[in-house]
Ligand binder design. Structure first.
Ligand code: PBG
Length: 326
């Protein structure tokens, strides 16, 4: 007598269309946010060494780039600026004609509301120390940094940003930015905080892209240790109490548990940042011919969605969108 299985899960895997009908998790270009690096004072695009196919753009190329992103159906960009000058106050992060402010207004002028303009709010690209906060007596000073972060957000709001995205991991940054924006009548500008940004080894290629490596020490006194999931949840909770609109877990792939925990515990939109190191791992292996880049990227992005991310900041945004619409 043959033994028949009670449940045959293979029945619904039989044809492509059956598999489509029962697919549980979806991924669309609409889920993606594309990072864009804009460098002050250059004339031509510059390739980022450790991030193949990622470039730093001169201001004159930004509209072309955003055009391609809009065409692909990607709803948002995340802008990072690389200034010509750094100083101890991070001045070029908030001056009216800073590189990021110029990029924002140029994009707004050309695209209106056809793209959500998000911009990084941090100090590390702009300070001579390469740290995300200001230095006082040799330490990364929390409270004096708050005022500067708020100034940066206001300057971006004046240029026309939709969403400011603080990534400095200073305590109280969301509250300080919210109050600063509201005082200047920018109550409609939203905040997507890098809420649980971990002290990660996966950021190193980004330092090539944005020239923001710390000149002394490391970021352990402000970023979350990857050993502390409850502390990460406190960061998320704190940001929510301070009025954040979207929380973020960063990096993504090695923190899927925290994405899923955040989604389960809180009722705010959850974003995940699939960072430069995640990109470099896939790219590196693909360039050796060891893996298939397109299939690998899909699996990774689906897994981030499956964990509970409502949106994903990823350097694969353009290539993934291209593959999803074809
Ligand atoms: C800086 C910042 C970093 C990243 C985003 N904003 C680097 C860091 O904290 O060292 C990393 C992003 C990536 O690796 O893709 N505040």
């Amino acid at each position: 007598m043959p033994v028949f299985p009670i449940s045959r899960l293979r029945r619904l895997r039989r044809t492509e269309k059956l598999r489509e009908l029962v697919q549980e998790v979806s991924l669309s270009p609409k889920d993606l946010i594309c990072p864009v690096f804009v460098e002050e004072g250059i004339q031509a695009k510059k390739q980022v060494n450790s991030m193949p196919a990622i470039e730093r753009l001169p201001l004159s190329e930004v509209v072309n780039e955003v055009d391609a992103i809009v065409e692909l159906g990607i709803p948002g960009i995340m802008l990072f600026g690389i200034p010509e000058n750094k100083d101890e106050h991070g001045t070029s992060a908030y001056v009216e004609h800073g590189i990021i402010q110029k990029a924002i207004s140029e994009i707004r002028k050309n695209f209106g509301d056809k793209i959500v303009i998000m911009a990084d709010v941090c100090l590390c690209q702009y300070t001579s120390s390469g740290h995300c906060g200001l230095i006082k007596n040799g330490n990364i000073d929390n409270d004096s940094s708050l005022e500067t972060l708020s100034k940066i957000a206001i300057s971006q709001a004046k240029a026309g940003v939709d969403v400011v995205s603080p990534s400095a991991m200073m305590d109280g940054q969301v509250k300080s930015i919210r109050q600063g924006l509201d005082n200047e009548s920018f109550s409609n500008v939203a905040i997507m905080s890098h809420s649980a940004k971990h002290r990660s080894n996966f950021y190193s290629p980004f330092r090539d892209a944005a020239e923001c490596a710390p000149q002394f020490g490391d970021r352990k006194t402000y970023q979350v240790p990857y050993t502390n999931p409850r502390e990460a949840m406190r960061e998320v909770e704190t940001d929510i109490n301070e009025g954040v609109d979207i929380v973020m877990i960063k990096p993504a792939l090695t923190y899927l548990d925290l994405i899923s925990e955040t989604k389960r515990r809180f009722n705010v939109p959850v974003s995940a940042y699939s960072v430069s190191g995640e990109y470099a791992l896939v790219k590196g292996a693909a360039m050796q011919g060891w893996i298939d880049e397109e299939n690998m990227t899909n699996e990774i992005l689906y897994s981030i969605k499956r964990a509970g991310a409502d949106m994903i900041v990823t350097y694969f945004a353009k290539s993934a969108a291209t593959s999803l619409v074809k």
